[in-house]
Design a binder for this molecule. Structure first.
Ligand SMILES: Cc1ncc(C[n+]2csc(CCOP(=O)(O)OP(=O)(O)O)c2C)c(N)n1
Ligand SMILES: [Mg+2]
Length: 361
């Protein structure tokens, strides 16, 4: 793979069932996953407005094809996955039941991070989902650390690091990519380019607006631009990138995508972009375009059955989260740091740290 090359779709016409690029079941599963994410996120937005939970909440609506297409190309649960605070979708795809993602949003003890992480800190250690991270760029060194560990132990796992377009001006990005380039760490860096960092357009903050060009010569990490609204194109690009990373050549993928909602639940997105722009992207919707390409598979009756099934799954998640309890106060110091023998040490009296917190460790 050469540096700084654009990806050209390898697929020919997909208009006929005979020319399916993937088995029918796989196409249907990708569609189902995108729909689950869409409906889950819409419900999450409603629950937030109903004040079922508070704090930061960033929805993934519009970007579904990126997480679905990339994770479909991974070896789960061998490969490591790190992402930002826009992390509900990745959790749903990496083995966290919808119930436990919703419960985590509601900060309940049954959530995937035991109710102590909330929206920005989904996690599933068993599936090597190393979670959401709230600090822009803070997770990139962690991701190359996992890649280094995999290489050192000869695990054959790759480390995948998702980030937003505004993240790539952070120092951690450049330091991490330089190390990955020198040490040939098995990493795929994925920029989800939705064109905005909060309310600031990427064209105002990146001297090089073609983000895929920023890593090739600088770090010997090939940069590839991918249509992030096309789940099949994303899948193919990720398959190649994962293969390359596993063989010791890191890759940088620029996924061109768009968020239909504001940056977070507190952003109405009315001041920095107009409705025509949003509609233009909605016309490229990843679910609608997949369904339109394969009308023989995505029939009206199949789609309406799926809608009902997904709706029920999301309703069930809300009921489960509503009925769950908040974490027990006695658990306040568990799952905070890694549990390893000897920590926090025999001399520590758990009662010392009971509410109210007079003393901190
Ligand atoms: C180090 C740091 N600086 C600032 C912030 C505040 N902040 C949260 S999201 C964000 C913009 C990130 O945009 P982008 O990387 O494009 O990701 P997107 O939200 O579009 O997915 C900023 C500046 C932060 N979380 N961490
Ligand atoms: Mg962005």
């Amino acid at each position: 793979m050469s540096s700084s090359t654009k990806v050209v779709s390898k697929r020919s016409s997909r208009s006929s069932v005979k020319e399916l690029p993937l088995p029918e079941e796989k196409l249907k599963e990708m569609y189902r996953q995108m729909l689950l994410i869409r409906r889950f996120e819409e419900k999450t937005g409603q629950q937030y407005q109903l004040k079922k939970f508070s704090g930061f909440c960033h929805l993934y609506i519009g970007q579904e094809a990126v997480a679905v297409g990339t994770i479909a190309a991974l070896q789960v649960p061998k490969d490591y996955v790190f992402t930002t605070y826009r992390d509900h979708a990745h959790a749903l795809l990496l083995g966290v039941p919808a119930r436990e993602v919703m419960a985590e949003l509601f900060m309940k003890g049954t959530g995937c991070s035991k109710g102590k992480g909330g929206s920005m800190h989904m996690y599933n250690g068993k599936m090597r989902y190393m979670g959401g991270n709230g600090i822009i760029g803070g997770h990139i060194p962690l991701a190359i650390g996992a890649a280094f560990a995999s290489k050192y132990r000869n695990e054959g796992a790759i480390s995948v690091c998702y980030m937003g377009d505004a993240t790539i001006n952070q120092g951690t990005f450049h330091e991490s990519l330089n190390m990955a380039g020198i040490w040939k760490l098995p990493t795929v860096f994925i920029v989800e380019n939705n064109f905005y960092g909060m309310g600031t357009a990427i064209s105002r903050t990146s001297a090089q607006p073609d983000l895929y060009k920023r890593t090739g010569d600088a770090y010997q990490i090939p940069g590839i631009r991918v249509n992030g609204m096309d789940v099949l194109e994303v899948y193919e690009a990720m398959k190649d990138a994962a293969e390359s990373a596993r063989a010791g050549q890191p890759v940088f993928l620029e996924m061109v995508t768009y968020r239909y909602r504001g940056h977070s639940m507190s952003d109405p997105a009315t001041t920095y972009r107009n409705k025509d722009e949003v509609h233009e992207w909605q016309n490229k919707d990843p679910m609608a375009s997949l369904a339109q390409q394969f009308p023989d598979i995505f029939t009206e009756s199949w789609l309406s059955d799926l809608e009902a099934e997904v709706k029920a799954e999301v309703e069930d998640a809300v009921n489960f989260a509503d009925e769950s309890e908040y974490p027990d106060q006695a658990d306040v110091w568990t799952h905070v740091y890694a549990d390893y023998p000897g920590y926090p040490g025999p001399e520590v009296n758990p009662n010392k740290y009971a509410f109210p917190y007079n003393e901190f460790p």
